[in-house]
Design a protein around this ligand. Structure first.
Ligand SMILES: [Mn+2]
Length: 311
């Protein structure tokens, strides 16, 4: 598969890389890391990264602004995105060829080829494996920093169950490049004071049921009282993950016309629950959407049932 993808990259003069909306470090790291890897090794090619930016991750990588005409005869690669509805920038169909590189369970079979490895911790780990299979390629410090960012982001600094020996081997190769790791970590985990204060609220007010289900409801007016937006609040999903007895949990952040749900688990599989509520994702990390607090309560009941030991 890696050879097929490299052949396509060699064949096209323009390569445009997309990833999912509301980007996280893996979306940006795999997109930006692949872009750098191609630029560093094929300097004659035009390589663009597109999609909306996330203010707090602009320090990682910036996007390119391109005209529709750039897609004519181009190779489009979509990183870290299970389904077409979540691809940032709808112009991904305008190219001559489309490749998917992803580690999420397949939602939507788009692209040819589709390189999907659900056992990979992150799409950034997959991109790193291209370099590991081809050590003759140049890996710049900038590419290494971006790919490392993606792995760190999707593994929660190497603590989630998606981490394998391959994750560490890939990371070892990346940190052998002398980018400023300390500055990267300081910047990635820096939080605005308002968000630190809201984190305090979450820690004080989340519910833990005797079954081991945890949840916190954050109504829009509460979020706004901290001068924050619902998308900021979603970043607190792992705020109380260290709580003794906690098995699976949900963070509800209310938006104008819907309530976003972030689901996480240490055991009970929660992506089928997410699928029941307009969402999906990984077995232990998913997202969903509900449209009322009553519907939120039904989701909580289902979450509690998932945490209840089998009789
Ligand atoms: Mn990812």
């Amino acid at each position: 598969m890696i050879e097929q993808i490299l052949d396509k990259i060699r064949h096209y003069n323009t390569i445009i890389i997309h990833r999912h909306v509301r980007p996280d470090p893996d979306a940006l790291g795999s997109q930006g890391g692949l872009a750098r890897l191609i630029r560093d090794n094929f300097p004659e090619k035009k390589v663009y990264s597109v999609g909306e930016e996330a203010a707090d991750l602009r320090f990682l990588v910036r996007m390119d602004r391109i005209e529709d005409a750039a897609y004519r005869g181009a190779l489009v690669i979509v990183c870290d995105t299970a389904n077409q509805a979540r691809i940032s920038d709808a112009r991904y169909t305008l190219g001559d060829a489309l490749i998917k590189i992803d580690h999420h369970p397949v939602v939507d079979a788009y692209g040819d080829p589709q390189w999907v490895r659900t056992e990979a911790s992150s799409t950034s780990e997959m991109i790193t494996s291209i370099y590991m299979k081809h050590p003759e390629l140049t890996l710049s410090d900038a590419a290494a920093r971006l790919l490392f960012a993606g792995i760190v982001g999707d593994t929660g600094r190497f603590q989630f169950s998606n981490v394998t020996k391959e994750t560490f081997l890939a990371s070892a190769r990346l940190v052998s490049r002398p980018f400023d790791r300390q500055a990267f970590f300081d910047r990635l985990y820096q939080k605005k004071l308002d968000l630190v204060r809201l984190n305090g609220y979450v820690l004080q007010h989340f519910t833990l049921t005797r079954e081991g289900a945890g949840y916190i409801k954050l109504p829009l007016d509460l979020i706004r009282s901290y001068h924050l937006e619902p998308s900021d609040a979603a970043a607190l999903v792992n705020s109380f993950s260290m709580t003794e007895g906690l098995k699976a949990w949900a963070l509800f952040s209310e938006e104008e016309s819907r309530i976003r749900v972030r689901l996480r688990s240490k055991g009970p599989v929660i992506n089928s629950l997410a699928a029941d509520y307009h969402g999906g994702g990984h077995p232990l990390a998913s997202g969903a959407t509900v449209y009322s607090w009553d519907e939120a309560d039904r989701l909580i009941d289902a979450l509690v049932a998932l945490c209840r030991p089998e009789k």
